[in-house]
Every structure is written in structure tokens, then in C-alpha cells.
Design a protein around this ligand. Structure first.
Ligand SMILES: Cc1ncc(COP(=O)(O)O)c(C=O)c1O
Length: 368
């Protein structure tokens, strides 16, 4: 058995009884769409993130789509997105009819947007910036906020990998105009299926998002806009309430595991581990390293009992889906380089001490 990269199976095992009783409660009500369980989770998650409102949504991609809808993003508009992230960030922009405009990423402290590159990317058509707290490392939000203010842009946080991460002691999801979350099962807070949420302090955004995710409904039979079906599933809401109680404890464990791995892997010349700025307390969705020998390390780890992965092997610039944008690889050397070198190691809260030691030994064994 490999040491798993993500803790889904162990989470379910450890909370089995609680999760079953949460689901059983929904069965008792036989109320499977929206309702009290969804509202309760929305209240709890808004409180957790430090925002006035939260809207439960079907998945993270739909939360980004709902955010763009609420902001009125339309064909002809441009939205800035990092050149290195999961495709959903740019996909949501493209589906709104607007043009995703890629921005280079940092070369040192993290893998987020390189703020200096924003000036070249912004045009008179730019209406918003989506920042991604990739791997659970919050971006430098003060810099991004002042850039957005200067250019009158909306600031959306794609916090799909960063539930509970802190920037200057404030939770992600409360640092821009709108926060978008995915609760895909492997995330720091994961459902038992697809799920997502959006956070904001803006009541008008909430009104529009609720229209968008529920077929543009004003009342049951009055549809005032063309929306979609992207409501948070009631059973998933009950599961998320149960797991939310453990999120801070799990994130603390991730931070301790990250430090232990980082210390254990120090001194390996051909393995680079970036140290984020002191402004942030990451939630470490995964442990990320960089090496030119990435593919060989992946198979070495597998044959030594450790599961690892690559998030992501291609920058967005290199994906066929975005060829129509005619972005040039040469303009995004940091994004392209990161995609060729990053490797994801397990850092989840269910790792045993012996497993952490085994991961360290397996990686050291490869390089030394
Ligand atoms: C950075 C990022 N954005 C958006 C998403 C999309 O979330 P979902 O899979 O719930 O649609 C993900 C999920 O993998 C993600 O990692």
C-alpha cells in the first residue's frame, strides 16, 4: 500500500459514524434540495471565513462562474488569471464569454501571480483579476488589492486549495470582493462528492449569485435571467458541516507536517522548496518541491511506497484548450518552468510519524 497523497479515505474512516448520522438526518427530513442544512452550512462557513455571506454552490468551477456572472462579466471583457493554476480558473472566464488573460507567476516566494507582471497585462477592457492561492499559499493580497483599486477591477479569490489559510491573520475568502471555494473530496475541506461555495460581504453579489445558481428564479415559476442549476447538494452540506469542525485542527497538522518535511529534506541541492512570505500562514493543500528530475523522482517514490503527483504538468499557456488566445510560451518562463519541475508530496493531517519519516527517507534516498 502506498502512503496516499490525499487523506480522503482516512478522513471518511475516522469520521464514519458522524458522517453517517449527518446523512441519516437528511434522509429523515427527505428534503434533498436546498433547505436548512444548506443554510446552516452557509452561516457556519461565512463565520469561519470572516465574511458576511456565504452561498453554497455545486462545485468550485460553478462558484467562479457565479462570481463572474454577479460581477456582470461579459463577452468583450478581459479577466486576468495566473498562467499556472488548475484549468477551472480560466475555464470559468472563457465560459462567461470574456477573455482570460494570463499573468506570469512568482519566481521565488510562492507560485502566485507576479505583481510586477500585472501592469503589462491590464488593458482598457480588463474588468477583474482572479488570484489563486495555489497549494494553500495565500497571495500577497495588499499588493493585489491596491492594483485592483488603481485600475477599478473586481478582485476574486480562487481559494479552492486554501480553506483556512491566513494572510496577515485574515482568512482567505475574505480578502477580495468574492471568494470561491471547491469542496472536491481531496481538498482541505472536502465533501463526499462535488461541492463548492462563494463568500462575500456584498449583498447584491449574493442576490445575483442565488439567481444564477437556481435557474434565474425570482419565485418558483418566475425566471428573470438565464441562470443554471448549480445549487449545493443538501447531503453534501450536512457532510461539510460535520467536517468543518475539524478543519483548523487538520490545517495545524498540515503546517506541522510541512515543517517536518521541509526540515527533513533540507540540504538537497537539486530539490528546491520555496519558503512563503512571513505575511502568510498557508493551509498546505500539498507539499510542493521542484526538481529537474521530477519524472524519475515520481517513479522512485512509487517503487518506495510513496504516492506523489504533479499539480500541474502544463501551464495554462501550453494547454490546447487555450490555443485560441495565442499566448506565447516564451512570455511565461516561470509558469512553464514550474510546470516542468513541480512535484506534490503528501502533507495531509492523517500521516503517521513513521510515514513522514518514510517520505523523507525515500526522497533523500533518490538524491543522495
Ligand atoms: C485552483 C482551483 N480552482 C478551481 C477548481 C475547481 O473546483 P471544482 O473541481 O470543485 O469544480 C479547483 C479544483 O480542483 C482548483 O484546484
Amino acid at each position: 500500500m502506498l502512503i496516499p497523497l490525499f487523506s480522503v479515505a482516512r478522513e471518511v474512516q475516522s469520521l464514519r459514524k458522524e458522517l453517517e448520522s449527518a446523512v441519516a438526518q437528511v434522509f429523515d427530513t427527505a428534503h434533498f434540495i436546498s433547505g436548512a442544512e444548506v443554510e446552516k452550512f452557509e452561516d457556519e462557513f461565512a463565520k469561519y471565513c470572516g465574511t458576511k455571506f456565504c452561498v453554497g454552490i455545486a462545485n468550485g468551477t460553478d462558484s467562479l462562474r457565479a462570481a463572474l456572472f454577479a460581477l456582470g462579466v461579459k463577452p468583450g471583457d478581459e479577466v486576468l488569471v495566473p498562467a499556472f493554476t488548475f484549468t477551472a480558473t480560466a475555464e470559468a472566464v472563457a465560459l462567461s464569454g470574456a477573455r482570460p488573460v494570463f499573468v506570469e507567476i512568482n519566481s521565488d516566494r510562492d507560485y502566485n501571480i507576479f505583481t510586477d507582471a500585472l501592469n503589462d497585462a491590464v488593458t482598457s477592457r480588463t474588468v477583474a483579476l482572479i488570484v489563486v492561492h495555489l497549494y494553500g499559499i495565500p497571495a500577497e493580497m495588499d499588493e493585489l488589492r491596491s492594483f485592483c483599486k488603481r485600475h477599478h477591477l473586481a478582485l476574486i479569490e480562487d481559494a479552492a486549495q486554501a480553506h483556512g489559510a491566513l494572510y496577515k491573520n485574515k482568512k482567505v475568502g475574505s480578502l477580495g470582493d468574492i471568494g470561491c471555494f471547491s469542496f472536491y473530496p481531496t481538498k482541505n475541506l472536502g465533501a463526499c462528492g462535488d461541492a463548492g461555495a462563494l463568500t462575500t460581504d456584498n449583498e447584491e453579489v449574493v442576490r445575483k449569485v442565488r439567481l444564477f445558481i437556481n435557474h434565474g428564479r425570482k419565485t418558483h415559476n418566475e425566471h428573470t435571467v438565464v441562470g443554471t442549476n448549480a445549487r449545493l447538494d443538501t447531503i453534501q452540506a450536512s457532510i461539510l458541516q460535520t467536517k468543518l469542525k475539524y478543519l483548523d485542527e487538520w490545517n495545524e497538522k498540515r503546517r506541522a507536517n510541512w515543517k517536518r518535511l521541509k526540515d527533513g529534506l533540507s540540504g538537497i541541492k537539486s530539490l528546491r522548496i520555496r519558503t512563503p512570505s512571513s505575511n502568510v500562514s498557508p493551509s498546505w493543500h500539498i507539499f510542493i518541491g521542484e526538481t529537474e528530475k521530477r519524472d524519475a523522482l515520481l517513479s522512485h517514490l512509487k517503487s518506495n511506497g510513496v504516492d506523489s503527483g504533479v499539480h500541474y504538468p502544463f501551464s495554462l499557456v501550453e494547454l490546447e484548450a487555450y490555443k485560441y488566445l495565442e499566448a506565447r510560451k516564451e512570455d511565461f518562463p516561470e509558469a512553464v518552468s514550474a510546470a516542468s519541475k513541480v512535484i506534490s508530496l503528501p502533507v495531509h493531517p492523517f500521516l503517521k510519524d513513521s510515514e513522514l519519516e518514510k517520505i523523507i527517507a525515500a526522497v533523500r534516498g533518490f538524491f543522495l
